[in-house]
Design a protein around this ligand. Sequence first.
Ligand code: CTP
Length: 433
Amino acid sequence: MIKVITYGTFDLLHQGHINILKRARALGDYLIVGVTTENFDITRGKINVSQSLMERMEAVRRTGLADEVIPEEYEGQKIDDIIRNNVSVFAVGSDWDGHFDYLNEYCKVIYLPRTEGISSSQLRDSNAIKVGVVGGDPTVYKLIEQAKKVNGLEISGLYSDEADIVLKADKAYKTFDALLAENDAVYVAVRPENRFEYISRALNSGKHVISESPISMDGKQAESLYRLAEEKKLILFDSIKTAYGLPFQRLVLLIKSGIIGEIKNIDVTCTSLEVKEWLKVTKYYSSFTGWGAVALLPVFKILGIDYESISFLTLNSDEFKDIYTKATLKYKDAVATVNVGVGVKSEGDLRISGTDGYIYVPAPWWKSGYFEVRFEDLAKNKRYFYENEGDGLRMELVRFVRSISDNANNYYLSDDISIAICKVMKQYKEAAI
Ligand code: CTP
């Protein structure tokens, strides 16, 4: 019996996939199809697959062309599959020409003609969500760059009335209303004190919103925004990139599974030497406005939002308010310290202390793809590595697109946490100004 094997993501199964399966099937008597898992796809840079592994495997099964459908989980698995299953032919589309020649050592490698004019990427793009960006925060350049790598989303242009900062853009809208008229969603990157107004206007015009964090400087306002989004059946996303990246998600799940026991303390630091333009000119200029949301993320994700008290220690310079803030949160069974600074440099690491051990995430923890779980007995220490494509920003956009298409809640950064961050901002303002 001649066994043939082929692999692919098979997202949104299309005619190109059916053709390749038929062609591969015709090369032998038994066809094994390997479908790549989400994790494996992420490690090879393919992050915006629309369907789950189960759905994709089921779709391949339903073609009736495969005798066996298996998941492909790791680099090098192809060799193992070929040897274990006694495979004679490895077949793949001609877009991979030459790429799998190393498998010739184990079986015959055949590159089959690819079907012209169709691909999963194209299908994902065909209903692309049009996003207009409002605001002058230079981070939008990074957003535009990362958005190009995400199927199903297209940044159409910019609008900014923060006249002191002018961004260069291919397309600049003359008014915010013009931006609203031409887009399905809005990315809000205006100064913190203006976000509430722009988010409200966008939601009231029936547009989905993704906004820099904090989404408002007041918890009550933030609550009203989420209520409005729900009433209008729209998605409102809080854009803390770290929350959407794989390393941070895995870190939180690992902690929830009890690997270091009960959590008693979190120490988190975020600093940057560069002073953001809007921080210089806004009346709420402060390191806490700039960094607070990111720094509070691990605290709220791990210890929850029901802290008993919070206090702030803020340092002002002659020139600026709040160049450094230490915020301390007291919970019933734990404590946390948040250190943030702008124009001051420190070790931007994250330490989470538990009753059985601790986790260390090295600087800059908010982008890190690596962390260590450490115990009293050094032999038990473990290191974890994950891909963090585009520092979480690309993944965030993928999640945003998927939330819109599935009309699903934001699992990665809940409304409660987003609102709690805004509440802290108000407490900070009252304490520091
Ligand atoms: N394939 C094909 N013709 C197409 C699309 C895919 O022959 N028009 C083949 C690929 O060469 C590969 C298999 O189908 O052998 C699975 O490809 P996959 O990457 O899942 O599909 P794409 O449509 O290429 O996906 P994407 O756009 O996400 O890269």
